[in-house]
Design a protein around this ligand. Structure first.
Ligand SMILES: Cc1ncc(C[n+]2csc(CCOP(=O)(O)OP(=O)(O)O)c2C)c(N)n1
Length: 383
């Protein structure tokens, strides 16, 4: 596959997507042909590649036949292209590929194989705790793995450097000389996902036109309480549905966070110990799973563990992605409400299935003497 082949492949995908024929998110690689072709020169047929949701060029350069890839994309599998023959693994959970890549590298070493592992990830993923653990282990055990950081400076709409505060630049620069790491400038010629134009699906089934309007009103109401703070991904950067619901919340109450779901839950508890009521936002229930340790072992149990001395009130807001007409896939659309109800004893969980209960449920959560999880449904959001 040369530069032109890659560009033509993506042009065709863009064209199909623009007609509403791919009912799932796609992430385009356009603009990065030369950089990726260069990196793939050292990757052999028998090596493994581990990827994120943005994987089309990588899969093609690894050897996946364009027709097979096209079919997978049209069927809605773009965010998790997998192929055993070509040793391609990808996931739409940020950083999810990294520990799996590490395990495969360990297996190759134990088998005395000459094959290697290449794990690709974004610059935000490269700043997460899991990245540091995985690189440290790989270095410490001389594993046959390389990490390729695709540095576009952004995490969806969030500026990776700014969101970590003043030490971020130092961290990123420190990685350049590491022999386990390849880092290159990734040009974002397209938006994070999609093609930069709104695609209408004729079978759109939004019935509850007031749903997100009421959520915005509820957020405004919570924002008016002096104890509240709002934290999470995309709470203060334009572009996401979450941001839209928080537009009327004062800017100084919103704390934009890096991708660090478990830390976010712990921070929310810590803020609550000092009397704040954090509204801790998780854009998908599937990402809240990463915060389950702090949620189940701490937030839910601190009241009992401290014999009622501490009673942190946190309002967790999470969203279930849609399956129809846009299907965001198995890693972005799961509703784990019943499983969480089984795990939680002290925390209320509310599934907001219709707009009539939006205001009252958020009001209840604000005045409750327990933490709350409020589950919203993206399929009910109007554009
Ligand atoms: C665990 C998890 N948290 C949040 C998201 C939402 N999300 C999807 S892509 C992305 C951006 C990650 O940034 P980076 O690692 O720099 O990747 P890139 O900008 O190259 O896509 C985020 C936050 C997710 N998919 N998984």
């Amino acid at each position: 596959m040369n530069k032109e082949d890659l560009i033509n492949f993506e042009k065709e995908i863009e064209e199909i997507y623009s007609k509403g024929k791919i009912k799932a998110p796609i992430h385009l690689c356009g603009g990065n042909e030369e950089q990726l072709i260069e990196i793939f020169k050292e990757i052999n047929k028998e090596d493994w590649i581990f990827l994120s949701y943005r994987n089309h060029y990588h899969a093609l350069l690894k050897g996946l036949e364009p027709e097979i890839l096209k079919k997978k994309i049209i069927e809605g599998g773009s965010m998790h292209i997998m192929d055993k023959k070509n040793k391609i693994f990808s996931t739409s959970i940020v950083g999810g590929q990294l520990p799996i890549a590490l395990g495969t590298a360990l297996a190759l070493k134990r088998k005395k194989s000459n094959n290697r592992v290449y794990a690709f990830c974004g610059d935000m993923a490269s700043e997460t705790g899991v990245f540091h653990e995985v690189v440290k282990y790989a270095e410490g055990h001389d594993l046959p793995i390389k990490f390729v950081i695709e540095d576009n400076g952004l995490s969806v709409y969030t500026n990776t450097e700014l969101v970590w505060g003043k030490r971020s630049k130092h961290n990123l620069e420190g990685k350049i000389s590491n022999p386990y790491i390849i880092k290159y400038k990734y040009i974002r010629a397209h938006p994070h996902h999609g093609i930069g134009m709104w695609v209408n699906f004729p079978e759109s089934n939004i019935k509850d036109k007031n749903y997100n309007k009421k959520i915005s009103r509820a957020m405004e109401r919570l924002g008016g309480d002096e104890r509240t703070l709002f934290l999470g991904q995309t709470v203060s950067v334009k572009g996401s549905p979450i941001y839209q619901t928080l537009e009327n919340v004062p800017a100084e109450k919103k704390i934009e966070l890096p991708v660090m779901e478990e830390v976010q839950m712990g921070m929310s508890i810590g803020l609550a110990l000092e009397g704040y009521i954090p509204i801790s936002v998780y854009p998908r229930f599937d990402f809240l799973i990463l915060a389950t340790n702090q949620l189940v072992n701490h937030l839910d149990k601190i009241y009992a563990l401290s014999c009622g001395d501490f009673n942190p009130i946190v309002i967790v807001r999470t969203l279930v992605g849609s399956r129809k007409p846009l299907d965001v896939g198995l890693q972005h659309s799961q509703d784990h409400s019943s499983a969480y109800r089984k795990m939680l004893e002290h925390t209320n969980l509310v599934e907001l299935k219709s707009s009539d209960r939006v205001l009252s449920e958020y009001e209840k959560a604000l005045n409750s003497d327990r933490p709350s999880i409020i589950v919203e449904y993206i399929s009910k959001y109007s554009p």
